[in-house]
Design a binder for this molecule. Structure first.
Ligand code: SF4
Length: 81
């Protein structure tokens, strides 16, 4: 499937997927580049509701666990492998 058109601006991907890499790479494979794109709650907000979803809204519709949301920004570049 074609890459989601919001991939380059999707704050969940840019912030959280990068922050916990590689643990949430499956979200990118399954949703952003895969068939689950059609059921992504973030994409629904972009397309159907014409709004930019909160960064902590996950593709599943759940919220990012609080412990991740509380991590400082600089962790984003350090990786967790
Ligand atoms: S998380 Fe959803 S809206 Fe964001 S890039 Fe992936 S498929 Fe698109």
């Amino acid at each position: 499937m074609k890459e989601c058109q919001y991939f380059q601006e999707c704050e969940f991907v840019l912030h959280y997927v990068a922050q916990v890499k590689p643990h949430w790479d499956d979200f990118v494979t399954l949703y952003c580049h895969g068939d689950f794109q059609d059921v992504c709650k973030r994409r629904e907000a972009f397309v159907r509701f014409k709004t930019r979803p909160d960064p902590d809204l996950m593709p599943t519709g759940q919220r990012v666990p609080g412990i991740l949301a509380a991590l400082p920004e600089e962790r984003q570049d350090q990786g967790t492998t």
